[in-house]
Design a binder for this molecule. Structure first.
Ligand SMILES: [Zn+2]
Length: 434
């Protein structure tokens, strides 16, 4: 019998969280987050904090606690994570996605990247402060939300609607999908997330005449839907730079040693390697068909056909893009908006940004920190409804060869153990000094 070497606390907590299968299948179907919320809540209670559990539905538990700061005149900072994960098909993985396997110096499993790693880092950073007798300057509101992977309806949105008091006094927040390093041209750089695209999830419905599959039929719903989908899916949306992406392109051009007047923004982004695929989507609108539904028998023409399209726009462009999509597909195709959420864009400046950059550079001197826009969404969208400005800051120093951005919702999600220790320390510094 072999005994596992003792894991560092952040890895141990993240491993335990991965072993709770909190898969969120969307549309209210989920394994639930209660067990993860209670586990994290108990670790906060061990630090003497009082916790509030909020259930939006049975099994859909979020937990919030407040660490009192020494200066009550300062606004509070929300430090949040989500405890649900997207599902994982074990057949595609090299390891059991819910096993919490440690191999090759990494912790493997669904949530190792998104975002049980950060949940654990938040806890160990607080433990470090607590054992050193450090009180933060401002109140820290620690929140672990349910249901982020389905838009936060049963998590962050539920809390900001029903329990805004839990976030009283907060003006800023930090959370996931930012603060990690990428390697560009042999140069490590950190991507700090300063904004998120908006999302509009639509259904296209084509209607036609139901009839026998042997008839001459021009009013065929399946054919009409197919024509519409091709137009939406093939649409080349123009590049539209925002303040964030303009700053990012300028910095990337500098690192790559190219002239942004001569080389286009998309080319610059794609030249960054694994980060490029992740950032490319932030340069323009995207309209991806993702699901098709029509028909029930080989020789019957159905009277309707449906498709789901995932639209991501830059902040504020949602309605203009919807109108353009309607024009593309034509008046015969009905568009139903199933779900939408706003985009965010925050400045890459100010005291919090300075503190995040300073904490990273204290632990990785001389390494540039770049702003970037997220093509997806986070719980910061919900918190913004309370006037809270959210950034993506889950600090991780990563090896050059690791396609970290590709592991969000991907196969063989894994995080280096030493990156978790780095994150614990950087986060601890930030929460101590800000
Ligand atoms: Zn996430």
């Amino acid at each position: 019998m072999t005994t596992e070497p003792e894991l560092e606390a952040t890895a141990r907590i993240a491993q335990q969280l991965i072993r709770f299968d909190t898969s969120n299948y969307g549309e209210g179907v989920s394994n639930g987050e209660t067990v993860a919320a209670e586990y994290l809540g108990s670790l906060l209670e061990d630090l003497g904090l009082s916790t509030t559990y909020v259930d939006s539905d049975p099994g859909r538990t979020s937990v919030v606690a407040r660490v009192a700061g020494s200066d009550p005149t300062l606004p509070a900072l929300v430090v949040h994570g989500h405890t649900d994960v997207v599902p994982a098909d074990p057949d595609n993985w090299s390891v059991d996605p819910f096993g919490g396997v440690v191999r090759d110096g990494m912790l493997w499993g669904r949530g190792a990247v998104d975002m049980k790693n950060m949940d654990a880092m938040i806890v160990t950073a607080l433990q470090d402060m607590n054992s050193a007798g450090i009180q933060p300057k401002r109140d820290l509101i620690i929140a672990f939300f349910a249901d982020e992977e389905a838009g936060g309806v049963r998590g962050s949105h539920h809390l900001v609607t029903t329990r805004p008091d839990l976030f009283a006094g907060a003006t800023e927040a930090i959370s996931e999908v930012g603060g990690y390093s990428v390697t560009i041209n042999d140069q490590r750089a950190y991507l700090l997330q300063t904004g998120e695209k908006a999302l509009v999830w639509i259904k296209l419905i084509a209607r036609g005449t139901a009839s026998h599959g042997s008839r001459v039929m021009h009013d065929n719903a399946v054919t009409k839907l197919a024509e519409a989908i091709v137009k939406v899916g093939r649409r080349e949306w123009p590049v539209h730079l925002t303040d964030t992406t303009q700053q990012l392109i300028t910095e990337l051009a500098r690192i790559l040693g190219v002239d942004p007047q001569r080389v286009g923004p998309e080319e610059i982004v794609l030249a960054t390697g694994s980060a490029g695929g992740f950032i490319q989507g932030t340069l323009r609108t995207t309209t991806n068909p993702t699901l098709l539904k029509a028909g029930y028998k080989h020789n019957v023409i159905p009277d309707s056909a449906e498709a789901l399209v995932d639209i991501r726009t830059l902040a504020g462009e949602e309605d203009a893009v919807l109108a353009e999509v309607q024009e593309l597909v034509g008046p015969d195709i009905e568009i139903v908006v199933m779900h939408r959420d706003i985009g965010l864009e925050n400045p890459f400046q100010g005291a919090l940004v300075d503190a995040m950059v300073g904490s990273l550079q204290a632990h990785d001197p001389g390494t540039p920190v770049l702003p970037y826009l997220l093509s997806g969404g986070t719980d910061n969208k919900a918190l913004s409804l309370l006037g809270i400005t959210g950034y993506g800051f889950a600090p991780l120093k990563l090896p050059a060869g690791l396609d970290f951005p590709g592991m969000f919702h991907g196969v063989d999600e894994r995080v280096p153990l030493d990156a978790l220790v780095f994150g614990r320390r950087v986060l601890g510094d930030l929460l101590t000094n800000y």
